[in-house]
Design a binder for this molecule. Structure first.
Ligand code: ASP
Length: 261
């Protein structure tokens, strides 16, 4: 059976139009990259704001009754009124960065958009409904040749949007990789893999070429932001390798993560 490559692109990889073009050329280079998971637009430069943080701010301001100025705010207020009236959760707003990025990417790549609300399911206690998720991914994703799925969110038992923890698009990608029996889980970011130190601070930092799942868990728990620790178990349980790669330097080898030899 054909095993797809699941490729997840993080926020900095999709922070602006020119980054989208880099992602498009990466995706088109390998035919097997048939399942793409995207984050919301992240920081374009040091000190910039992530779209998810802006959406969180809008929701907080709206709840505290503060008025927005300007035309953009007016449009936003219209949607906010509808959203509040329907009593939808703040998670709905928070998740729209991923949704819109996936919508744009699906149009520009010609891939089918599969909304995460239809394939990722949570229980009432916030844990993942594994059975329902597995079945839905089989039903909606496996039958498509090329799909885009927004990361970071899914549905609760009443059908309302619920998000993972921040940085949770990695988890979406890992769950999809597991459920489709991926050949590989690629995780595209803005550094060339797991580094020996923070490359923004330590100029001599170098890429670690190989790690085990356990070693990756240790470095992410120690604060390395490159990959979400909760995104390790789904792929580890099926022995799917993770390949951490740099969208801005796709020729660099990155870091491969697999089990003990
Ligand atoms: N956009 C979300 C965040 O900023 C999720 C993600 O990027 O994985 O946390």
């Amino acid at each position: 059976m054909f095993s797809p490559v699941v490729a997840k692109f993080g926020g900095t990889s999709l922070a602006k139009g020119s980054q989208f073009q880099k992602v498009q050329s990466i995706v088109s280079l390998k035919k097997s990259r048939s399942c793409i998971v995207v984050s919301a637009p992240g920081k374009r430069f040091e000190g910039d704001k992530k779209v998810t943080d802006l959406l969180g701010e809008i929701h907080r301001l709206k709840q505290s009754g503060e008025v927005h100025e300007g035309l953009l705010s007016e449009i936003q207020n219209r949607f906010e009124e509808i959203h509040c009236h329907l009593n939808l959760s703040g998670d709905f707003i928070l998740s729209r960065g991923e949704y819109l990025n996936a919508l744009i990417m699906s149009k520009s790549l010609g891939y089918t958009l599969v909304d995460a609300k239809d394939v990722i399911f949570f229980n009432d206690d916030g844990s993942l409904d594994e059975k329902k998720t597995h079945e839905a991914i089989g039903k909606h994703i496996l039958k498509e040749k090329k799909v885009i799925v927004p990361g970071f969110y899914g549905s609760d038992p009443r059908g309302s949007i619920k998000t993972f923890a921040r940085g949770g698009s990695d988890i979406t990608g890992a769950l999809i990789a597991k459920c489709v029996g991926a050949a590989l889980y690629e995780n595209w970011t803005d550094v060339s893999g797991v580094m020996t130190a923070d490359p923004r601070i330590e100029k001599s930092a170098r890429t670690i070429p190989r790690l085990t799942y356990k070693e990756l868990l240790r470095v992410t728990r120690q604060g390395a932001q490159v990959y979400h620790p909760d995104a390790i178990p789904p792929v580890e349980s099926c022995n799917i390798s993770i390949h951490i790669k740099n969208t801005n330097s796709p020729e660099e080898p990155g870091t491969i993560i697999k089990g003990d030899e």
